[in-house]
Ligand binder design. Structure first.
Ligand SMILES: Cc1cc2nc3c(=O)[nH]c(=O)nc-3n(C[C@H](O)[C@H](O)[C@H](O)COP(=O)(O)OP(=O)(O)OC[C@H]3O[C@@H](n4cnc5c(N)ncnc54)[C@H](O)[C@@H]3O)c2cc1C
Length: 399
């Protein structure tokens, strides 16, 4: 402002204060999907995102059927038969020494598990949103509660927002989850994951996981010519992991049998190898300042079931359905989210158990694991998959 004084600044800020029903902190899978749902039911919102622009933080992601149902409920437009939106119907497990890969059908209730490039998913999640509702390159500078139902937020760029509800969707590593003792968690219940996208074609509809008793390689098609790779290792400190040079990572990928050869020989497209430390934390739906937590900030998860994103979509769908039924009543919303705690905890346990099994050391144990997977009756596999989704479907039917 040209003639800025304390007085003009105060009146300018009163005049310019935005009024929004909901302020969402974090524009990733949880925050963007929630914004889609709010848009659908006509509730006003603003999203505050520290990154300067919408950017995909990684290579690819699996969306489970429950995540797809949640996205549909939130009014997210699904692409038709898109080249970067692959339906997976089969997972194949194997080891570098074991040619006979075990095939497991995946997906339930008529929806496949979807493998999608994160860039594409962002594009889809932003389709319905108005650009002026997303404040990129911003963070919350200060925050004050005028009453239990009215909060005032100041952003670092000078924007002032009055809101009834603050939803934190700022992910697992956010400073807002100060109660997480991260170094301790990284040692106790953590995983290191490298991930990237390569130019290499794979039979569509099939995902692969190869285990060598120490490392795990996952390969999923993203389109006709690209696939998404992750390499995971258990129980390694962040410092240890950072010291492994990229050439060593590539060499490990190369040792993983036929799929590994294919990926190792593939042309590594611009995507850098991203290293993530992923840890498991307690489930918590409320912050210390009346804010509501969703997605990874509410329940950091190990990635072994590939369900972190789908759970974020489910949280958003639950929150939107609570607002539709009870309005912006914070306590009622928290109560609805709390009904999800049992499900989230069970999936966190399952994910951690699956990770521990997948990384049992030694070739003999790897063969034993694959053999028991081959012998597992299909009804057992089907029913354990159904359990991954059914509780969410029932909750959606009730609401
Ligand atoms: C290697 C790997 C593989 C995975 N694979 C899968 C998979 O196949 N399927 C699946 O469902 N899930 C998968 N996940 C998990 C999934 O990525 C996460 O669960 C999901 O991204 C969580 O979304 P979120 O929106 O809660 O948090 P995040 O994705 O962490 O997003 C948080 C956002 O908040 C922003 N932010 C943070 N602090 C602030 C602040 N103070 N102010 C403003 N903005 C802030 C961040 O910049 C970020 O954009 C995987 C994760 C990893 C690491």
């Amino acid at each position: 402002m040209l003639f800025e004084t304390k007085f003009t600044k105060k009146w300018f800020s009163v005049f310019m204060t935005l009024k929004k029903d909901v302020v969402i902190i974090g524009a990733e899978l949880a925050g963007l999907s929630l914004a889609n749902g709010l848009e659908k039911i006509g509730v006003s919102y603003a999203i505050v995102e520290q990154k300067p622009a919408a950017s995909a933080s990684g290579a690819g992601i699996l969306i489970h059927p429950s995540g797809a149902v949640a996205l549909e409920t939130l009014g997210v437009p699904f692409p038709g038969n898109d080249r970067e939106w692959c339906g997976l119907t089969e997972m194949r497990f194997g080891s570098p020494r074991n040619d006979s890969i075990v095939k497991v059908p995946i997906g339930e209730v008529g929806r496949p598990v979807i493998s999608v490039h994160r860039r594409k998913l962002h594009e889809i999640l932003l389709t319905n949103l108005h650009t002026e509702t997303v404040f990129f390159g911003c963070h919350v500078d200060s925050f004050a509660s005028a009453s239990p139902v009215r909060h005032h937020i100041s952003l670092n760029d000078g924007t002032e927002i009055d809101t009834a509800l603050i939803v934190v969707a700022s992910g697992a590593n956010t400073a807002l989850r100060t109660d997480l003792d991260q170094p301790k968690l990284i040692n106790q219940s953590s995983q290191m994951v490298w991930r990237w996208t390569v130019d290499a074609s794979l039979p569509s509809q099939t995902g692969y996981e190869l285990h060598d008793g120490q490392w795990r390689l996952g390969v999923f098609p993203l389109s006709e010519k690209q696939c998404y790779i992750f390499l995971a290792a258990n129980r390694m400190s962040l410092n240890e992991a950072k010291q492994i040079p990229p050439s060593e990572i590539m060499a490990r990928v190369g040792r993983f049998g036929p799929i590994g050869e294919q990926t190792a020989n593939a042309n590594f497209t611009g995507t850098n190898v991203l290293l993530h430390a992923i840890f498991q934390g307690p489930v918590k739906w409320e912050g210390n300042n009346e804010e509501i937590l969703i997605g990874d900030s509410a329940h950091p998860m190990l990635p072994n079931l590939g369900m972190g994103g789908s759970l974020a979509f489910e949280d958003s769908a639950t929150l939107v359905s609570a607002i539709r039924c009870t309005g912006l009543d914070r306590d009622a919303i928290v109560q609805r989210l709390t009904q999800r705690t049992r499900r989230v905890k069970a999936l966190a346990r399952q994910s951690s158990m699956y990770g521990a099994l997948a990384h049992l050391p030694g070739n003999l144990l790897t063969d034993l694991k694959l053999h028991s997977l081959r012998l597992a009756p299909s009804f057992f596999i089907r029913s354990s998959q159904r359990r991954l989704y059914s509780e969410f479907y029932k909750a959606m039917e009730r609401s």
